[in-house]
Design a protein around this ligand. Structure first.
Ligand SMILES: Cc1cc2nc3c(=O)[nH]c(=O)nc-3n(C[C@H](O)[C@H](O)[C@H](O)COP(=O)(O)OP(=O)(O)OC[C@H]3O[C@@H](n4cnc5c(N)ncnc54)[C@H](O)[C@@H]3O)c2cc1C
Length: 214
């Protein structure tokens, strides 16, 4: 594994943080992931790139899972600490991002938003709608980074006590353009439920790409 000093860590909520290293001189495709660990820990986990592929930094958005071996250890690191970073891997990428006629529907839960943040930072002119399912309002990470009107938070426990909603509620209650290319990223249950709703609304399987985080 290659080791790099941590450049910066931003704590975004009680559980979630963004880590940053200086971008290594390697080929990166937006949507890919890296294996990350800490020296001596002897285990590593996959994390999707959060930053633009051509950024001078390489960022990751990580949720510290309760009792999670790698994510909890990463939450405690400080600038200058060494981390192990190996990659990039994976096929979860946009097929034709420079074609302005393409429309994308991105659906994420939690830190599953990471590859979509990377997509829109890498190709700021793409046409997209992003549905982001989170439990709490403070989990709408960097929501100002998205084009106005494109980011739709689906908050299941809103701070103002109003009725919560999930990405599956939004999809069930709204009309979907059938020619949209759909990308889904997050936990397996959400992906299965979402796939079924999309299928029942006539979106064909070849228009749906998925990335399972856990
Ligand atoms: C291709 C890929 C990309 C990924 N990208 C990211 C990313 O960008 N950001 C990110 O935060 N995670 C990402 N993950 C998940 C990550 O690899 C780890 O599984 C996660 O950080 C837990 O590892 P751990 O060692 O801390 O926990 P472990 O000690 O392995 O314990 C994990 C337990 O927590 C559950 N779990 C895993 N992730 C979550 C979660 N987010 N919320 C609740 N429970 C969970 C698992 O099902 C398991 O029961 C990605 C996974 C894959 C396969």
């Amino acid at each position: 594994m290659n080791t790099y000093p941590l450049y910066d860590i931003e704590h975004l909520s009680k559980h979630t943080f963004r880590i940053r290293i200086k971008r290594p001189d390697i080929d990166i495709v937006s949507g890919q992931c890296f294996n990350i660990g800490l020296p001596g820990l002897q285990i590593n986990r996959e994390y999707s790139i959060y930053s633009a592929a051509d950024s001078k930094y390489l960022d990751f958005l990580i949720r510290a899972v309760e009792g999670g071996q790698v994510s909890s250890a990463l939450q405690k690191i400080k600038p200058g600490d060494l981390i192990e970073v190996d990659g990039a891997y994976g096929e979860f990428s946009l097929k034709d991002p420079l074609n302005n006629d393409k429309e994308y529907l991105f659906i994420a839960t939690g830190t599953g938003i990471a590859p979509f943040h990377s997509f829109v930072e890498t190709w700021p002119t793409i046409n997209y709608t992003l549905l982001h399912g989170v439990r709490y309002t403070d989990e709408c990470y960097h929501s100002n980074d998205y084009k106005e009107g494109s980011y739709i938070p689906c908050i299941s426990k809103p701070a103002d006590g109003s009725k919560g909603k999930r990405v599956t509620d939004y999809l069930s209650n709204n009309k979907l353009p059938l020619n949209t290319q759909v990308y889904i990223c997050g936990n397996r249950k959400m992906i299965i439920d979402t796939f079924e709703i999309l299928h029942s609304k006539g979106v064909s399987g070849d228009k749906i790409m998925t990335e399972v985080f856990f």
